[in-house]
Design a protein around this ligand. Structure first.
Ligand SMILES: C[S@@+](CC[C@H](N)C(=O)[O-])C[C@H]1O[C@@H](n2cnc3c(N)ncnc32)[C@H](O)[C@@H]1O
Length: 464
């Protein structure tokens, strides 16, 4: 029977036994089992049978043979791999060949890797770049790679940008990543979001969680057209991008909405807000990370299926909408998440760790919340999850469409600071009333400010 131990013994004996063993195998799975079980290859390893396998009719066998040849380091016969590359049609094998040649770290392979930079498969180009970056200080390598910052493929562009251009870019803000301005902490501004943000410094918030107006579906906001609505949100999220710290998150809660028909002879109109908003965000430096689906109980949503229940006619099917989206974006950066995390002290990291019972899927079942004052408030549980999963204690959490202040209340409870804007005073007053009940919480009192009061604070902080 074939065992890993047996394969290891044959490998270390270093002669033709392995080649016989492979010839004896009747099925492809066993050949691959042997090739995948070889691990590190000793210097004395007789590799000739691997080159025979480069002509095997099964792509997976060729791929495993290439992988093992790649482990031979200085002893690999690269010309055989290059020959195969030019006749190979399987994409995975082609990629593996370039990767194996790159791993040789041999200057003699540079011309082949240069040639591969022209390949039509972006993943192969990336493999070639990887192999060439080993010779980063070589002027010719640099001159071949730098122009790829204009490559049509985004993956290629990003790698080159990160390697050659990003480190020259100084962050505008010299403040520590984990810190922010005191004058923004626990502040609720009763004013238009765009006017307010003009007075907020670059890179000052750690997380934004918000639910924008639902186009013209609710009374509190009216826009002349859907395009005007999207352009307004575009402006808000551009500004949000400016004030967001490097590599931090924006989570936007939206859902498709329906504007009822004006009469029986017209149809109602459905607008796919999350899908229409996405291209604006992606174009403005927000990198798409995840889509979380918030699911509500069917009994809590408007009944649309009633008509169908009666007539059962195809095309007239209108399911009850029990979902909303939480679209998760990250401010584009060449830095990894670890860079963000390492900006915090061990103490803060430990205190912010999320306990057992967290949601492990992107489907969040949470009951909605209803209020007499505001028609679309966040459930506390929704805010709690977002704030805990996407911020650290002491962070500043922003909501441009603050409404009744749910994000603020929950952020404060979780040891974060908040900064909210909301244009309607009735909602701001609602939060004021709710918070009055927390008389014992004296730590960093909440400030409710109008635009002029906020501008004054910003000026005192000399940020303009
Ligand atoms: C969907 S609600 C947010 C509700 C909030 N998440 C809560 O839990 O109460 C959107 C809010 O955005 C506010 N809003 C609309 N346009 C605004 C603007 N230009 N500036 C500031 N707030 C605005 C509306 O008044 C409304 O309260």
């Amino acid at each position: 029977m074939l065992t890993k131990q047996y394969i290891k013994e044959l490998k270390n004996n270093g002669n033709g036994d392995l080649s016989h063993l492979i010839k004896e195998q009747k099925d492809i799975a066993s050949i691959n089992f042997i090739l995948e079980g070889l691990g590190r290859l000793p210097d004395s390893f007789d590799s000739s049978f691997l080159y025979d396998l480069l002509r095997h009719k099964h792509a997976q066998v060729r791929l495993n043979a290439v992988k093992n040849i790649g482990k031979l380091n200085g002893n690999a016969n690269i010309s055989e791999l290059i020959k195969l590359f030019h006749s190979e049609t399987d994409t995975s094998v082609r990629r593996e060949i370039v990767s194996s040649i790159g791993r040789q770290r041999n200057v003699a392979n540079k011309p082949f890797l240069f040639e591969i930079l022209e390949d039509s498969d972006p993943k192969i180009v990336c493999q070639a770049i990887r192999g060439l970056l080993v010779f980063n200080n070589d002027k010719i390598v640099k001159s071949k790679l730098e122009p790829l910052v204009n490559h049509p493929n985004e993956m290629v562009r990003n790698v080159i940008y990160k390697e050659y251009f990003a480190s020259n870019k100084n962050s505008k803000n010299q403040m520590n990543h984990a810190d922010t301005y005191d004058f923004l902490k626990n502040v609720f501004v009763n004013a238009d979001v765009l006017e307010t943000l003009r007075n907020v410094p670059d890179e000052s918030v750690h997380l934004t969680f918000t639910s924008p107006p639902y186009y013209n579906a609710r009374d509190y906001s009216i826009y002349p057209s859907y395009v005007a609505y999207l352009e307004f949100l575009d402006a808000v999220f551009k500004e949000t991008h400016r004030i967001t710290k490097e590599g931090r998150f924006l989570i936007v809660n939206t859902s498709p909405i329906i504007i009822p028909r004006i009469s029986r002879s017209h149809s109602s109109k459905r607008y796919g807000i999350p899908f229409d908003l996405h291209p604006y965000l992606a174009q403005n430096g927000w990198e798409f990370i995840d889509d979380i689906v918030w699911v509500k109980p069917e009994a809590s949503v408007k009944n649309r299926i009633g008509g169908f229940l009666q007539h059962r006619k195809p095309l007239g099917y209108k399911p009850n909408s029990v979902t909303e989206y939480l679209m998760v974006y990250r401010k584009q950066t060449e830095k990894l998440l670890d860079w963000n995390i390492h900006s915090y002290s061990n103490e803060i990291v430990n205190e912010s760790k999320i306990e057992d019972g967290y949601e492990s899927t992107n489907v969040w079942k949470i009951d909605p919340c209803f209020s007499k004052v505001h028609s679309a408030i966040f459930p506390d549980e929704l805010c709690k999850r977002v704030i805990q999963y996407y911020s650290y204690k002491g962070d500043l959490v922003f909501d441009p469409f603050g409404g009744s202040g749910t994000v603020g209340r929950v952020a404060k409870k979780l040891g974060r600071f908040f900064f909210l804007t909301e244009k309607e005073s009735v909602y701001v007053d609602y939060m004021k009333d709710k918070e009055k009940q927390n008389l014992f919480e004296q730590e960093r009192q909440i400030q409710y400010l109008n635009l002029n009061e906020f501008k004054k604070k910003a000026n005192e902080n000399d940020i303009n």
